[in-house]
Design a protein around this ligand. Sequence first.
Ligand code: GLU
Length: 451
Amino acid sequence: MAVSDHVDLPTFMEGVKKRNPYQPEFVQAVQEVAEDIFDFIADKEEYHAQQILRRIAEPDRVVSFRVCWEDDNGNIRVQRGWRVQNNNAIGPYKGGIRFHPSVTESVLKFLAFEQTFKNALTGLPMGGGKGGSNFNPKGKSVREIMRFCQSFMTELYRHIGADVDVPAGDIGVGGREIGFMFGQYKRITNNFTGVLTGKGLEWGGSLIRTEATGYGAVYFLANMLATKGEDLVGKTAVISGSGNVATHAAEKIVQLGGKVLTLSDSGGFIHDPDGITQEKINWVKTHKTHRRGRIQDYVEAFPAATFHEGKTPWGVPCDVALPCATQNELLGEDAKMLIANGCRAVSEGANMPTDLDGVHVFKAAKILYAPGKASNAGGVAVSGLEMSQNSERRAWKEDELQQMLKDIMAGIHSSCLAYGDQGGGYIDYVKGANIAGFKKVADAMLAFGVV
Ligand code: GLU
């Protein structure tokens, strides 16, 4: 008779740590999910017997490769590239590509693991993957970035495909980089296919893909507030980051009647007590994306604001907070400070921006707290819609897509309620998202047997 694997959570996590040495981000992401899943599967023998969580926490494969390119001075540069294909139980691998010096195998494994649950929550047929490189685009010329993207794709192309694995953008990879990579894919394969999302509108891209992650995070926030009979009108918001996610989250907050107080980058944060209006957001978009400037320059353009060097914005009193920069940017102490200052809702635009201590603080305080795998799923959801449009060889209208994004975010919110409602008016969105995402992937895996 087979012996089922009824280890407890600490023993399970010991194994994860042992098998993934020096991969703290990955271990952290698994721990956050395992805390909820162990409760959920306590009385579900089949998930234990089939070792489903253990299998989801072991990527299908990790491809690591060398990326050589030549800089503008003729020097040969060598970077490392990866694609982590975590799980394709419910659809082709899907997830972004990140170019940032902090990228390691651990970071990409955590992101691919998170992506698996996030993509399941969207309700669209997408598995989980993530890729990237420790290449630092900061200070590089456009030609250098092009040569890097071409070299990266020269290896990546053999691992991806419209029905195999569909990468997109993430930190350091926007429309321009997707263009360079798509161009190289097409050149190598002679195949015009929906192999990447986040493409330009002229060559197979989807309307509102750019806005979708930030807008989606605010729609999710609005859904959470609605459970308390509240909306965003007159609410103050603290946002970190100043890239695509942060600026579009700010835009949607402003559209829904809220007041945005902060934005940030790796140099520090700006605090604008007058509120960051649409006009100011437009300035930030141009300054950060096109001029590749620093957020601290904001205070010269808008002198009512102050710049706080080397600091994160979590000490600024607010009603709602949206961490939209990067992983582990909001620590336990920051979470305590937010709550002490009256913050009532947190919607994550970034992936795993709150560390485990912070998650425990938010849960203990029973505030409205949405983990990124639920609240930032709007981006990958519209990527899924881009894949559908590519398959159909047509482009849907903006108002149709806006509505679909809203409906998908509302659907994710309902899934969180289904598994996260703790009674007494408290919804544990972390638990709801983890269980709803897990169950969909796990049930597909059960259907396939031991593979
Ligand atoms: N990088 C985004 C994420 O973290 C989007 C991925 C995609 O569109 O495939 O979800």
